[in-house]
Structures are given as C-alpha cells and as structure tokens.
Design a protein around this ligand. Structure first.
Ligand SMILES: Cc1cc2nc3c(=O)[nH]c(=O)nc-3n(C[C@H](O)[C@H](O)[C@H](O)COP(=O)(O)OP(=O)(O)OC[C@H]3O[C@@H](n4cnc5c(N)ncnc54)[C@H](O)[C@@H]3O)c2cc1C
Length: 380
C-alpha cells in the first residue's frame, strides 16, 4: 500500500500485536494512525515461527483489546490461529497498515518526528509509536571458533520443523522455552540424537496444573517484589512432575520471579520433561567454543553434532532506529516504555519492550489504551 503522511498525527512502526493494539486503541479515541510494517503482512514475527508453536499464555490472556480470540482456537492457541486472529483484528478495527515500509531511523526535527524509510521515503508526524518487537534481531553468541564449524549452525529463528534433521545428530543450545521445545520437536521428529546444552538450569513448570494455568500465578504476583513472590513460590508444594535433578538439570538456586526479572522466564513443559527422562533428549554442559567439526563444552567434553540450533535469544535492535536519541538503557531497551515518553523525546512512545512473567501479550493489551490516552492528552 502506498503511504502518505499528510495529516497523519501518529505513525506506529511495526504491525505485530503491540502496533496493532495501539492503532486500535487510538481509533477508539478517534485518533487516526498509520501502521508502518516492513513485511508484506501483519504478524510477521508469528508467521516466521516454528510449526508446532502454541502460545503458552491462555487464549483469554493473549487477546488484544476489542476482539476476543475465537473459542475454537482452544486454550493454547496455535501459531496459525494467532496469525489469523491478527489479520481479523486488523480488519475488525479498520487499521490502516502500510506494508513494505521499513523505517531505518527516527529523528527529531523541530516539533515533529521524521522517519527515514526504505526507498528514500521520509515521513513526518508529531507522534511516533515504536512497536518493532522485543524479539527483533536473532542473537548468536560470538563463540570462539564459530566460523570454523564444519557442521550446520543456525539460529532457532530459522527452524521450522524437524523434517530436515531426520537421522541427524543435533545439538540445541539454550534451555529456554524455545530451546526445550525445539529439542522435543527434534526428538519426536526423527533426529538420530538430540542433546541440549544448558548454561543455567531453568525453572520448569507445567503449563497448567488441575486447570490452573501457570500464567495465573504470574498475573497474581506481577506487582509483588520478586523476593516476596519467590518466597511464596518456594512455599508451594514441590512437584516432582518437573524435577529433572537426576538428569543433569538441578533445580535453580535463584527463585523464578528473580530469574524472570533477569530475562529468563520459567519453561512451560509440553513434553520436554518426559523426553529427558526417557533419554530422548540428553542434557549436556554449555557450549564454550567450536573447532572444525567439534563443539567444546564447559565441562571439557568435545562432541561432534551434524547440526547446532542456537536457541540463544533475541535483541531489540533499537540502537539503529533510535540509539542516537539517548532514550535507551545499556541493555538496548527503552528507559521509558509505555505511556510516559522520555523528556528528551516528547511524542515518542515504545510498546512491547517489557517482558513480565504475566505474559507479554497480556501486557501489550493493557498498555495500548494507556499509550492511546497519553497520546490523546499530548495532542489535545
Ligand atoms: C517463539 C515465541 C513465542 C512467544 N510466545 C508467547 C506467548 O505464548 N505468550 C505471550 O504473551 N508472549 C509470547 N511471546 C512474546 C511476545 O508476545 C511476542 O514476541 C509478540 O509477537 C510481541 O509483539 P510485538 O508487536 O511487540 O512484536 P512483533 O510481533 O515482533 O512485531 C513487530 C513488528 O514490527 C515489524 N518491524 C520491525 N522493525 C521494523 C522497522 N524498522 N520498520 C517497520 N516494521 C518493522 C516486524 O516485521 C513485526 O511485524 C513469544 C515470543 C516468541 C519469539
């Protein structure tokens, strides 16, 4: 769609859940906006995810304002149903999305923001909302010798399904939700051997227990200090259902809420625990370095997998876009996410850059009306 900024008071960058929810909330207040999206369609991050992915947050707590996710999608919504929901959401709210527009930098010029986009486009608006995603840029650690590895090395963002890895010896690196699920997918999908390299053992929990979703505990404890929430979690009876101490994954010494605050969320088990107990996934030490066909692990062991899948996380990639404005912290995340703009950048808002244990989609849904209200006030 061609993009014109004549009279557009708000440009939203990114047509993922956060950008779409913000545009819908602005529309509620009769503020028009255009959502600029670099990909050909909305929900690009979700379209690119692996085939078996389901939300680990509940259908109800993953919906965006003004439109529930349809009940037939079930409690744990599949990737494809979530993408379909985002398409329907865009239509339902009449959100204007300009696809194929990639914003490279955002600059302050007088009272307005200027966006420099691909194809030499320059757009201006008094208000800009950045919703380019917490999981923007795949992060591959700079392991020594990485370039010399003679096997295949890919980031988890490029993994779709186990088919290409049938009969192969695969090492998955990183024991977060993605790493554990990909290890399970590979083990179920015919890889000859699956190992999971773990630096810090994760908290393992069931996605739900007797109908109580793990997310609900996160929602209840969202506002408590992490130490207090950890104390409460420690008092709950310890379930042996997710205990893998005998299989190389001891229970972590730090509580789940403190760990979540450091960016490591509990792993929601969807079959991984059983796969480890049955020996279909083997836990090994963290990756130290590569040399030719070999991967050296932190305990000195050297292994020779055919393929290494690095489930080693993402970076926000905000430095290129707004790094020069002084609005980011050392971690590359906005100093002022949500409805309060940074004093150095009036009219510039960020959404989708926190990652609470109560679920990012829920947080996005709650933040959108607050950002819209702040914009309403700022432009009144
Ligand atoms: C594998 C995985 C599973 C997850 N599961 C859950 C879950 O179960 N529950 C939950 O609550 N959260 C989950 N999350 C976290 C979070 O909810 C999602 O990452 C969600 O997509 C975040 O929405 P967003 O709109 O902030 O970012 P994104 O969905 O990443 O959308 C950002 C959009 O911006 C576009 N864009 C980026 N840069 C530019 C640019 N410069 N110019 C123009 N467009 C640009 C991108 O193409 C993309 O469409 C998961 C994340 C991942 C990676």
């Amino acid at each position: 769609m061609p993009v014109s900024d004549e009279g557009t008071p708000v440009h939203v960058i990114g047509a993922g859940p956060a950008g779409l929810a913000t545009a819908a909330a602005l529309r509620e207040r009769r503020i028009s906006s255009v959502v600029l999206e670099k990909s050909p369609s909305v929900g690009a991050t979700w379209r690119a995810q692996y085939d078996r992915l389901r939300l680990h947050t509940t259908r109800r707590w993953s919906a965006l304002p003004g439109l529930p996710i349809p009940r037939p999608a079930g409690r744990w919504v599949h990737r494809d149903d979530f993408v379909a929901y985002l398409e329907r959401y865009t239509e339902h709210h009449g959100i204007e999305v300009a696809t194929g527009v990639e914003v490279d930098t955002v600059e302050r010029r007088g009272e307005r923001w200027t966006l420099h986009a691909n194809g030499g486009r320059r757009l201006t608006a008094p208000v800009v909302v950045i919703a380019t995603g917490h999981s923007h840029t795949a992060h591959l650690p700079p392991w020594p010798g990485r370039e010399s590895f003679t096997g295949d090395l890919l980031h988890a963002s490029r993994y779709r399904s186990p088919g290409p890895y049938a009969d192969r010896d695969v090492l998955v690196v990183g024991a977060g939700n993605t790493g554990t699920e990909l290890a399970l997918d590979l083990a179920e999908g015919g890889a000859s051997r699956v190992r999971l390299a773990v630096r810090t053992p994760p908290h393992l929990t069931r996605r739900s227990t007797l109908g109580w979703p793990a997310q609900a505990s996160g929602v209840l404890c969202r506002r408590l200090p992490a130490a207090l929430a950890d104390g409460l979690a420690a008092r709950a009876p310890r379930s042996s259902a997710t205990d893998l101490s005998a299989h190389g994954l001891p229970r972590p010494g730090t509580g789940p809420y403190t760990r979540a605050g450091q960016g490591a969320h509990p792993v929601r088990d969807t079959g991984f625990v059983r796969a480890v107990r049955e020996g279909r996934v083997e836990v090994v030490a963290a990756v130290e370095s590569f040399e030719g066909p070999a991967v050296r692990l932190a305990d000195g062991e050297e292994i020779k997998p055919d393929t290494v899948v690095a489930a080693t996380g993402y970076r926000s990639g905000l430095e290129e876009l707004v790094g020069h404005l002084g609005v980011l912290g050392d971690d590359g995340l906005p100093l002022r996410p949500g409805p309060r703009a940074h004093p150095a950048a009036p009219g510039l808002f960020f959404t989708g850059f926190t990652h609470p244990v109560s679920g990012l989609l829920r947080e996005i849904a709650r933040t959108a009306p607050r950002v819209a209200r702040a914009i309403d006030r700022a432009t009144a």
